[in-house]
Design a protein around this ligand. Structure first.
Ligand SMILES: [Cu+2]
Length: 291
């Protein structure tokens, strides 16, 4: 019942109740040059016990779907600290009918970036946008001198989906499990064969959304505006050593493509989505690109 409720909440959120918040502060700290620093933007910060935690995204906003996220920890003197056992956990608090409900999303633990011990990097796959019905907070813990500090940072999350753009989707599998698919690549689709990278996760509980191992994601991009034609070069996605699913998507021309997907388990059993045929124009599970 709780689970059903949650699906209803997800559906309602997808209906488009995204709120908007913008942060334009760039991360330009001369004392702490970071790889890719130019594209890092502050999305949240807060102070506890004299320590400031800064959270950065790869742009001015966080969105539903896959986000690379960075964190830095600063002491009262303004020095950035490494080795502080920093952990994070995104949590959404939703209120409906006066009842409060919390849930998480898929995310990875923050790890120190090579060559910069005071910059932590990980990812978060937000499964709902912030709205009047719910908000995301990032629970951050770190330990200094044997004392653990905790703070909760509000994280505004915008809806990434629009009419011709969709990089995140979820689906109830025929095995009764809810699956979450987030597209990392192609981030900038081009004509020809594109590398495709997708994160595949499942809902184990309200607070556990582990990576799904050993499945296959079948990919069939089509152009709905041009007789639903496809293109050569597609390769089904299989899991790489990084945990993400890797394959190829063929886009033979510019324009709008629906990237139809099917999720199969390691036994080859179809769990989510359906084949595209002359009678069935699309899969129930898909991404959308337009370029
Ligand atoms: Cu939610």
């Amino acid at each position: 019942m709780k689970h059903l409720n949650h699906l209803l909440l997800i559906a309602a959120a997808i209906a488009g109740l995204a709120s908007c918040k913008k942060e334009d502060d760039a991360v330009a700290s001369p004392g702490n040059p970071a790889p890719g620093a130019a594209e890092m933007q502050l999305v949240a910060s807060g102070t506890v016990d004299g320590y400031t935690v800064e959270i950065y995204g790869k742009g001015t906003n966080l969105y539903t779907g896959y986000n690379t996220v960075y964190a830095r920890l600063k002491n009262a003197a303004g020095s950035y600290l490494g080795d502080a056992g920093l952990t994070w956990e995104p949590v959404m608090t939703m209120t409906m009918g006066g009842m409060e409900h919390t849930h998480g999303c898929p995310w990875s633990a923050p790890v120190a970036v090579a060559g910069n011990a005071s910059l932590y990097e990980g990812y978060m796959v937000f499964i709902m946008a912030s709205s009047s019905m719910g908000h995301w907070d990032l629970k951050v813990n770190f330990t200094i001198g044997g004392t653990t500090h905790e703070l909760h940072l509000p994280l505004p999350v915008l809806d990434s989906e629009s009419e011709f753009h969709k990089v995140y989707t979820s689906s109830m599998g025929s095995d009764g499990t809810t699956y979450f698919l987030a597209m990392l690549e192609p981030a900038a689709p081009k004509t020809g064969v594109n590398d495709m990278v997708v994160g595949l996760f499942r809902r184990e509980s309200d607070s556990a959304f582990p990576v799904v191992d050993g499945y296959t994601i079948r990919v069939d991009p089509r152009m709905p505006g041009m007789g639903n034609h496809g293109a050569p070069g597609n390769e089904d996605l299989v899991q790489g050593t990084d945990g993400f699913y890797h394959g190829k998507a063929g886009f033979s021309m510019t324009g709008y493509w629906k990237v139809n997907l099917m999720v199969e388990n390691s036994a080859g059993q179809l769990l989510c989505g359906n084949a595209v045929t002359t009678e069935v124009a699309e899969s129930s599970v898909s991404f959308k690109v337009n370029f």
